[in-house]
Ligand binder design. Structure first.
Ligand code: ADP
Ligand code: MG
Ligand code: MG
Length: 982
């Protein structure tokens, strides 16, 4: 029924149901479902999202058939509610509520009390015998309607930036002040009547149009305004961030009003069926007596807790609903149980009590922290509310990051007593020195000192400092305060509303009430964001990997996972961390690592000597001296990864960047080589390349200098052989980078095989004892196109998607800073292809590579390395195209495991999703090769080298400019790095 635009709900029945979110929006679908469940919901109807798209397609005109459908639905609503819209004696009022497929909290608009007019006000007063309530409702209607329908929906730019809503709010404040009223509930009927008259004048003056007095005009204005709000500024930018398509449109719910502002037996509230911060199975919510709509979240009055068990420091003196209206609370609690059973998830609900009668106005799946998501999933599994597959789907992989936060060692915490308590806003634990300003937090982070930002309350200006701090502590503010929202978004440890504390930013002190504790700047404190305790001093932390629930959850996820997860690591420490996180091997070990960081002086010197060597003899000498360092590095890592495969990628350094610029260092090298400084400089200059990214790198070095391939192979194999002889299970794999033709592999394999034979003989090992696997990194489009040829000579592929993206797009990774932001701003690209795989283009290259490769070797092991391997969307893509494993930085391993498990479960649910011949699970679980993207390596090395004040040989100013631009490139990159190593 393409032209059914209106769906009725009410009186225990509904045209729609919870499955119809696309058509009715989340709110409409769930209102319908609640009706079907027999839950009290004020009757009404939903105008569909299809109507919204038709409206926009038709030049912002409502479809002709809508009028009749709305009138018919309104008539039914009237009969269910026993009132009539626009009727002077028994008027029905309605709300016009927005509701998209996916909830967009606060982004679109809702108008309440629609239908109040000079004609219906007297009848309403007579009916309710409550003039104060009627005038209060009327002034609210004018405020909302003027703001939403007359100003925003019409796209009017507020004069001087001050919108009609603000003008009215100010007028209301002045009014309250002049009447000596503390809160709006102190205003009398006559005050509110006067105020309404004042508001109408303001509307006419500022918007140039009279507030409509005809209920029908109000209704149609409201419906159209909700549609228009879909294209409001806020809503559009929210959709950009959340990736919600513009084409979806919103539905409008027209619903009979019920009133929480009819006196002391009326109220309104919002609640979560479980605690959204901790996941505790406790009904958690806030309510306000004699209030309407969003008063609870608007912060006009401090809301009260709905029950006694969730009272906190700030609101413990207020009456809970459980105390004040025990019967209604019981009814609400019963609805909570019914809803959870039905929806099998934690829900966020909105309700209103009109003169003791409870009405449900909304329910939807509630947002939660990572900790809460984990706890709820495991609890609901125990309660048999959900099955394992569902539980695994309940945690967003991105939320794992937050769960990997360390927690205070429970043993140490058992005996510690907190100095103050607050409300849970961000999870995990943090320990650091107190700072009282955002600037101090930034400075402290720069200096490398962990700090906790302590504030009376945070505001948007503090954001930089909040980011810099490891934890945030505020004396005021609730679960919906600025600090709480920001911290929850970042998964940062944060305690708000620690009311027992008085923070004085001026004197940089915080007094703990009722004690003589005074905290000063620099004092170390420890926060437990989950228990919401603040302790003096620092406390020992344990990593999340020791959290038994997290372990159990991940083990469960692994049961469904078919794709392997490896890590990119080149030190024994990193390898250990990754193994702890469940890595099933190393997909990328970069030799470059040994040239920076601690103990790198000698290897770096030797590398430089090798680079500026002219003859094979010179080069061999340098390589010979490098050999023990290489072998040692390899051996330690293979040892940690005992029993698991480790992919060693041959050196891929940007040669010229390794040549020192400092005269003394050049001299040292010249002396060492026994050549003059002039000769040295000549050689250094000769290394300069116009386009080093496509220059003498990767396999090309091995082709030019076979001795490089030889030495590296020997280091890898001898290290493995020694371990094997010591009874270990070393599984080395060799990966050749930057290949463009399979002939390169053939060439290199001759060298590798020669060394292999030699090592076998030297250690008296058989080929089945010391197994050698050789593969390539696929990172040049030509390699994808000729992947069938490569498959003939390789035992595995590993997609180096950083370079593949670079070469595929023709975007130099070092230079994107100057243009990629424009691409993003103008939406030429939806996402940075270096962060999320570009499925449309680069993804096709990958698919081609996989299909061609497997057409020759059906069980060819195929993986990916680099940043993409730890990004949930890309991991899901890798699963879909049938990769055997992904490889990512150690801290991303759990995230990749979860994303891979979810992808497998999702594919099972829709059997049609073509699964391209994935490698057998066994191969996946203990996969082998996997080289990594060369670029990060090069970059890291380059940076370190630069740090050591090594002068770069390159003289191209263009290059410098590019570097600068890249350095300026903001957050994106930084975030990626952060995610990588925390
Ligand atoms: P949002 O989805 O942006 O929160 P809503 O449509 O839920 O907007 O409206 C905001 C609030 O207005 C609701 O939480 C509810 O308290 C109030 N409200 C909406 N419709 C009605 C109604 N028919 N009767 C009483 N209150 C309503
Ligand atoms: Mg809202
Ligand atoms: Mg709502």
């Amino acid at each position: 029924m393409a032209d059914k635009f209106v769906y009725l709900f009410g009186g225990g029945k509904a045209d729609g149901n919870e499955k119809m979110k696309n058509l009715l929006g989340g709110k409409g679908a769930n209102l319908a479902e609640m009706c079907r469940l027999g839950i009290p919901v004020p009757a009404g109807f939903t105008v569909t999202t299809e109507c919204c798209t038709a409206y926009f397609a038709n030049n912002s005109k409502l479809p002709a058939s809508l009028n009749g459908q709305v009138l018919a639905a309104l008539a039914k609503t009237e009969s269910i509610m026993g009132m009539k819209y626009g009727n002077p004696d028994n008027p029905l009022l309605v709300s016009c509520r927005s509701g998209a497929r996916k909830s967009m909290p606060g982004m679109m608009d809702t108008v309440l009390n629609v239908g109040l007019s000079t004609a219906t006000i007297p009848g309403m007063i007579k009916k309710t015998n409550n003039p104060r309530f009627v005038w209060d409702s009327y002034r609210r209607l004018i405020m909302m309607y003027a703001d939403v329908v007359m100003e925003k929906a019409e796209g009017m730019e507020p004069v001087g930036g001050k919108g009609i809503r603000k003008i009215m709010d100010d007028t209301l404040d002045q009014f309250k002040h002049s009447r000596g009223a503390k809160s709006d509930t102190d205003l009398k009927a006559d005050d509110l009547k006067l105020l309404s008259e004042e508001f109408k004048k303001l509307v006419l003056k500022h918007l140039g149009k009279a507030f409509p007095d005809d209920p029908m005009a109000q209704l149609w204005g409201g419906i159209a305004a909700v549609f228009k709000s879909w294209n409001g500024k806020k809503a559009v930018s929210y959709r950009r961030i959340e990736g919600i398509p513009d084409a979806w449109g919103t539905a409008v719910n027209v619903q009979a009003m019920v009133f929480g502002n009819m006196g002391d037996s009326s109220a309104t509230g919002v609640a979560f069926t479980r605690d959204p911060a901790t996941g505790d199975n406790k009904f958690y919510g806030e309510w306000l007596v004699n209030a309407q709509g969003e008063d609870v979240v608007a912060g006009i009055r401090t809301p009260s807790p709905i029950n006694d068990s969730t009272k906190n420091e700030q609101n413990k003196h207020l009456h809970s609903m459980q105390e004040a209206m025990p019967a209604t609370y019981k009814a609400l609690d019963a609805i909570r149980n019914k809803l959870e059973k039905h929806f099998t998830d934690m829900l966020d609900i909105e309700f209103t009590i009109q003169e003791g009668k409870l009405w449900m106005l909304q329910c939807r799946v509630g947002k939660r922290t990572g900790t809460a998501a984990l706890n709820m999933a495991m609890d609901m599994l125990d309660e048999k509310l959900i099955d394992q597959k569902t539980a695994v789907q309940r945690l967003n992989p991105k939320q794992l990051d937050e769960l990997l936060h360390p927690i205070i060692d429970p043993k140490a915490e058992k005996d510690a007593s907190p100095i103050v308590k607050g409300l849970p806003a961000g999870p995990g634990a943090a320990s650091g020195a107190l700072v009282f300003t955002a600037e101090a937090a930034v400075a402290s982070a720069k200096a490398g000192t962990k700090c906790i930002l302590i504030r009376e309350e945070t505001n948007p200006e503090d954001v930089e400092g909040m980011r810099a701090a490891v934890g945030i502590l505020t004396a005021r503010g609730g679960m919906t305060s600025h600090a709480a929202l920001v911290a929850r978004g970042w998964g940062k440890c944060c305690i708000v509303g620690a009311g027992g504390m008085h923070v004085d930013a001026a004197s940089q002190t915080a007094k703990i009430a009722g004690t003589d504790v005074v905290l000063k700047a620099g004092d170390v404190v420890t926060l437990n964001g989950t228990k919401v305790h603040v302790y003096k001093g620092s406390m020992p932390m344990v990593s999340a990997t020791e959290n038994p629930r997290f372990q159990k959850f991940m083990t469960m996820a692994d049961k469904f996972r078919t794709m392997g997860v490896r890590t990119n690591a080149e030190t024994p420490q990193d390898a250990k961390v990754a193994r702890g996180f469940g890595a099933e091997g190393i997909g990328l070990f970069r030799f470059e690592h040994m040239f920076y960081g601690e103990g790198s002086d000698r290897p770096l010197f030797l590398l430089r000597r090798m680079i500026v060597s002219k003859t094979e003899a010179e080069r061999r000498k340098a390589l010979e001296e490098m050999f023990p360092f290489m072998k040692d590095d390899v051996k330690k890592t293979l040892d940690v990864m005992d029993g698991l495969p480790v992919t060693f990628r041959f050196l891929d350094p940007p040669l010229h960047e390794f040549v020192p610029n400092r005269a003394d260092e050049r001299q040292r090298l010249a002396t060492d080589l026994g050549i003059s400084i002039d000769e040295f400089n000549k050689r250094a200059d000769a290394l300069h390349e116009s386009n080093p990214m496509m220059g003498h790198r990767g396999v090309r070095l091995g082709v030019s200098y076979p001795e490089m391939t030889e030495t590296q192979t020997q280091a890898i194999l001898e290290a493995a052989a020694e371990l094997i002889q010591a009874g270990k299970n070393a599984k080395p794999e060799i990966m050749i980078p930057v290949t463009s033709t399979s002939a390169e592999i053939v060439d290199q394999k001759k060298i590798i095989d020669r060394v292999y034979e030699k090592v076998l003989a030297k250690f008296n090992l058989s080929k089945s004892k010391l197994v050698l696997v050789v593969g390539t990194m696929i990172e040049i489009p030509r390699a994808c196109i000729t992947a069938d040829k490569f498959a003939g000579v390789c035992e595995f592929f590993s997609f180096g998607t950083n370079d593949l993206t670079q070469m595929g797009f023709g975007f130099s990774r070092d230079d994107i800073g100057s243009f990629l932001p424009h691409y993003m701003d103008r939406k030429i690209l939806a996402a940075d292809p270096f962060q999320t795989i570009d499925q449309e283009g680069i993804g096709e290259l990958i698919k081609m590579g996989i299909n061609k490769g497997r057409s020759v070797k059906p069980n060819l092991k195929i993986g990916i390395c680099g940043e993409h391997g730890g990004e949930p969307e890309s991991v899901k893509f890798c699963y879909k195209v049938g990769m055997s494993y992904v490889s990512c930085s150690p801290y991303r391993v759990p995230l990749a495991r979860l994303a891979a498990a979810q992808a497998a479960i999702a594919a099972e649910a829709e059997p049609k999703a073509a699964k391209p011949t994935p490698a057998p699970k066994k191969a996946a679980a203990k996969p082998a090769a996997r080289p990594v993207t060369k670029k990060p390596a090069a970059k890291k090395v380059a940076k370190k080298v630069a740090k050591k004040a090594v002068k770069k040989v390159t003289k191209k100013p263009a290059k410098k400019a590019a570097k600068k631009a890249a350095a300026k490139r903001p957050a994106a990159k930084k975030t990626a790095k952060k995610g990588k190593k925390r």
